[in-house]
Design a protein around this ligand. Structure first.
Ligand code: AMP
Ligand code: TRP
Length: 342
């Protein structure tokens, strides 16, 4: 069985701390999402006050069809419930149910120099991927900072690709606190022990927008097809050539789907095994690992009320936190009606 759902690596939150993370409803959940972030969402909910958001406003930077975005948001709630988020132990919310996130992002815009967002590595990457260079794309990490700190969350389970965004969130918090007093704590990322997962091309980060993903809830045959198409060690041409497991994406993924990955890597290094066998085994292990979650997802999808009920329960739970923080912020910066919350 896999080792991926073991305790989160990198600094373990103290029980008093609040955990927050967001995921874009911009496509089906994939192996990178699961290994980099969702496994930790699930692990952390047992011990901490956890809030997870479907960040549909962020997805507007890449999804431009209203009906499609609504469907993707619905699907992402099902994905998160199926991987093991339990509405009794965490709050699952939809970002757009809380206009205060955008209100706080605006206030943060006014304390953030443009150069800080311009130098964010993901901004450049996303433009290279062909995303429209909108003001929203540039401002994306400021909204992310607001998402997190409106809950005064200090620990943020995310993939390693989000490290720069968390760094920027801390800078924004410091800039705000310098100007208006100590309102917000600084958030830190919590990583799993997975590196940034590469896509089936074996070179770029696995990502919905790059079209190189292995969706965790795809049909078994589709998972087989995708895994069999993965690029392995490009220098291993003939079956008898020795492989380099350290550069082979398939070998790297085996780490998370079985205790025998060192033997598997050794088989590749010595050419005892071929890439086709190693891929076939990986496909079956991925299918097996996600089988119970896939079954659970199908059950949940059959209930038309489950998504909105889950989001309503999550919203009711976190609303008081949002209102308390925003009263404090409005008072500090001098906006809104004096003396009572809106
Ligand atoms: P996104 O799909 O961009 O909203 O990402 C959701 C979460 O999955 C974030 O915490 C990302 O850091 C994480 N994530 C996305 N792609 C990868 C990847 N290829 N490897 C590891 N983590 C990832
Ligand atoms: N930027 C994150 C991503 O692309 C999504 C996100 C938005 C997020 N708001 C957040 C992640 C708050 C953590 C906390 O994956």
């Amino acid at each position: 069985m896999s080792q991926i759902v073991e305790a989160p690596v990198s600094p373990r939150p103290s029980t008093a701390e609040r955990v927050f993370s967001g995921i874009q409803p911009s496509g089906a959940s994939h192996l990178g999402n699961y290994l980099g972030a969702q496994a930790n969402y699930v692990a952390l909910q047992d011990e901490y006050d956890t809030i997870y958001a479907i960040v549909d406003w962020h997805a507007l930077t890449s999804v431009h069809d209203g009906a499609e975005l609504r469907q993707l948001t619905h699907d992402m709630v099902l994905d998160l419930l199926a991987v093991g988020l339990d509405p009794a132990r965490c709050a699952l919310i939809r970002q757009s149910d809380f206009p205060e996130h955008a209100e706080l992002a605006w206030i943060f815009n006014t304390v953030t120099p443009v150069s800080w967002v311009e130098r964010t590595p993901t901004y450049k990457e996303k433009r290279q991927q062909g995303l429209e260079n909108s003001v929203g794309l540039l401002d994306y990490p400021i909204l992310q900072a607001a998402d997190i700190v409106i809950y005064k969350a200090t620990r943020v389970p995310v993939g390693r690709d989000q490290a720069a965004h968390l760094e920027l969130s801390r800078e924004v918090v410091r800039a705000f606190n310098r100007r208006y007093g100590d309102v917000f704590p600084e958030p830190q990322p919590v990583f799993t022990d997975a590196p940034t997962v590469l896509g089936i091309d074996g070179s770029a980060k696995m990502s919905k927008s790059a079209g190189n993903t292995i969706p965790i809830f795809a049909d078994p045959d589709e998972i087989r097809r995708l895994v069999m198409s993965m690029v392995t060690d490009p220098l291993r041409i003939k079956r008898t050539d020795p492989g380099r497991p350290e550069v082979c994406n398939v070998c790297q993924l085996h780490r998370f789907f079985g205790g025998d990955y060192l033997q598997i890597q050794d088989g590749e290094r010595t050419a005892r095994t071929g890439c086709v066998d190693t891929k076939g085994l990986l496909a079956e292990r991925i299918i097996e690992f996600f089988r119970p979650m896939r079954a659970r997802r199908a059950e949940l999808a059959a209930d038309p009320a489950v998504v909105e009920d889950t989001l309503a329960a999550g919203a009711a739970r976190v609303r008081p936190i949002v209102e308390a923080t925003m009263s404090e912020v409005r008072a500090a910066v001098g906006v809104g009606r004096v003396g009572r919350p809106r």
